[in-house]
Design a protein around this ligand. Structure first.
Ligand SMILES: *[C@@H]1O[C@H](CO)[C@@H](O)[C@H](O)[C@H]1NC(C)=O
Ligand SMILES: *[C@@H]1O[C@H](CO)[C@@H](O)[C@H](O)[C@H]1NC(C)=O
Ligand SMILES: *[C@@H]1O[C@H](CO)[C@@H](O)[C@H](O)[C@H]1NC(C)=O
Length: 242
């Protein structure tokens, strides 16, 4: 998925919205108005969405036990996630400015057999990561932290409790009154180096698309690869989950 709209326009508008959420008057917080069942573990089945995700120096979890590190990238793609059945599909384009690497690929993660498949676009190879591919089994902890408007659409600001990132970033999810995610935002805390990341969701559907979890025949004979060799972008949305 290439750019859906002008990147710069979206980025500058979204950044202003995200900044405004930081200056919300606490008196605006109306906990009664929040919908505590937005993403409850029992009712949440998953989702399918297109997205654009940009980061400028925001902190993200380190890999393999490393401390969080800053990253600057542009990414767009489509995700389908079946939370109950532990299935994950992500087709994406990423320009990682930090490493100056461009990746266009499709990846699948099957939580039940801890297997990940990865097909770089224009490369007739299906890579497999056996055993150590994981999907989150719990929903993130969310609590109401005010309200905002995206364009003229009223949104509820949900703060994400992410203990491994608590010393580095504040993370929020802005959702409509029917719990549709509009923006996921990451802001570096003021006592670490500055940085921001924003993910915008497009064409959000409240259910996984089962067709997308069918592996192509190319993956009948996959080539083994270590997970550390794969682009970390495939995990970006999973940062939202515990
Ligand atoms: C980034 O990679 C491209 C393509 O490999 C190369 O042409 C360019 O010089 C690199 N830029 C930097 C800043 O290293
Ligand atoms: C893992 O599970 C998926 C979905 O059921 C299946 O298509 C794939 O072949 C399995 N891979 C392995 C290595 O068991
Ligand atoms: C966060 O910082 C506090 C105080 O320095 C420290 O005790 C704690 O271990 C840190 N937590 C994480 C997850 O790094």
């Amino acid at each position: 998925m290439k750019l859906l709209f002008s990147l710069i326009l979206i980025f500058s508008i979204a950044l202003n919205v995200s900044n405004s959420t930081k200056t919300l008057n606490p008196l605006n917080i109306n906990i009664k108005e929040s919908n505590p069942t937005c993403f409850s573990e029992s009712s949440f089945v998953g989702f399918t969405t297109a997205y654009i995700f940009n980061s400028i120096n925001a902190f993200f979890p380190g890999e393999n036990g490393q401390p969080p590190k800053q990253d600057t990238f542009y990414e767009s793609g489509t995700i389908s996630y079946d939370f109950q059945n532990q299935l994950y599909y992500n087709q994406f384009y990423e320009l990682d400015i930090s490493s100056n690497l461009t990746t266009t690929a499709t990846t699948w993660i099957f939580g039940k057999n801890s297997t990940q498949y990865f097909i770089p676009t224009n490369d007739a190879t299906c890579y497999i990561v056996s055993k150590d591919a994981t999907l989150p089994s719990q929903m993130p902890l969310l609590f109401p932290a005010g309200s905002s408007e995206i364009g003229i659409t009223p949104t509820q600001v949900l703060s994400i409790t992410d203990t491994k990132m608590a010393n580095y970033t504040a993370e929020t999810l802005l959702v409509t009154s029917d719990c549709t995610p509009m923006i996921y935002s990451v802001s570096n805390l003021e006592y670490v180096a500055p940085g921001e990341a924003l993910m915008n969701f497009f064409f959000y559907a409240t259910e996984p698309n089962e067709n997308l979890f069918q592996l192509p025949s190319l993956c009948a004979e996959p080539t083994p690869v270590e997970s550390s060799k794969l682009s970390k972008s495939t995990k970006s949305i999973l940062n939202m989950f515990q």
